[in-house]
Design a protein. Structure first.
Ligand code: GLU
Length: 292
């Protein structure tokens, strides 16, 4: 049996905090205990928010925690052509369509829908896209495309879900409601998700499944905030003929008010804790992970 392959996949759009430390340490420990490998992947496709100094800080903070990982580190921004191929494939298969509405226009459309009765929200609480772009007449779509207007490429969720049998994933951790074992994927909860944009040929959902497959990841260990996104990932794996890893979602580290930590909560940033004299062993304790 080849060894299991784990990955820690942060986005360099802020400094790592205690929540990242929990994920990174879990991945590291599980890889160690199982004789597996640990890869580090930099998820830097969002060029407006990612910065080289945050990427540098990721290496420093992880090394300080005592982690080691295999080189070379994969940086998603260096593989856009690969993601574009998958987008083209889904496009050819009629599963993607361009949607031209701005965020403000979508908010107005949702408002109007809400007035007629509560419009569905996705598992993150955001309103599901009302699907207006899917019904755009071909000539109107062509006109907007040739005008150079910005657009998002959205997955036609009904068409995509109809291509796959009911899907499940193997959960070795637990979801927010304790879901574990064979969990039914419910990608339709998310509606017509964005898989690419005019100027960015990919999205979190698309590049994460492509990279997990390409890097031979067998075990995805990450926070529970991504639990329901796994349904979209399972569907994309089916559509693109990619293997499925097993998943282990872990509970989030919460702040004193019981909220999920964010990259702007400086008090829990690893570099601030380090500057204040906290040791790596104390970080392990703070995030509830036994000494290595
Ligand atoms: N890049 C994502 C984040 O920083 C994590 C992706 C994943 O583990 O699937 O939240």
């Amino acid at each position: 049996m080849p060894p299991p392959v784990f990955r820690f996949a942060p986005s360099p759009n802020g400094f790592l905090h205690l929540g990242h430390a929990r994920s990174a340490l879990l991945n590291f420990d599980l890889a160690r205990q199982s004789g597996g490998r640990l890869l580090l992947r930099i998820e830097d496709i969002d060029t407006t928010r990612c910065r080289p100094e945050y990427e540098q800080a990721i290496y420093e903070d992880l090394a300080w925690l005592g982690l080691t990982w295999e080189e070379p580190v994969r940086r998603q921004s260096e593989h856009l052509a690969l993601y574009r191929e998958a987008v083209d494939r889904l496009m050819r298969e009629g599963l993607l369509y361009p949607a031209f509405e701005s965020r403000a226009e979508i908010a107005r459309l949702v408002d109007a829908k809400d007035r007629a009765g509560p419009w569905p929200r996705d598992p993150d609480g955001a309103p599901v896209y009302p699907g207006t772009g899917r019904h755009l007449a071909i000539d109107e779509r062509d006109r907007s495309l040739s005008s150079g207007a910005p657009y998002a490429l959205r997955l036609d969720m009904d068409a995509a879900a109809a291509r796959a049998d009911p899907l499940f994933w193997t959960e070795r951790g637990a979801g927010p409601g304790g879901e574990t074992g064979q969990v039914p994927a419910k990608p339709e909860q998310w509606g017509d998700v964005i898989l690419a944009r005019k100027d960015t040929p990919t999205s979190y959902h698309l590049s994460v499944v492509i990279d997990d497959a390409l890097q031979g990841i067998t075990d995805v260990v990450r926070g529970q905030d991504l639990f329901w996104a796994t349904g979209v990932h399972r569907l994309l794996q089916e559509l693109l003929g990619l293997p499925q890893p097993v998943y282990r979602h872990h509970g989030l580290v919460l702040d004193e008010a019981g909220q999920k930590l964010s990259k702007s909560t400086r008090s829990t940033a690893l570099r601030d804790l380090r500057a204040g004299g906290t040791t790596p062993a104390q970080v392990r304790r703070l995030v509830g992970i036994n000494p290595a």
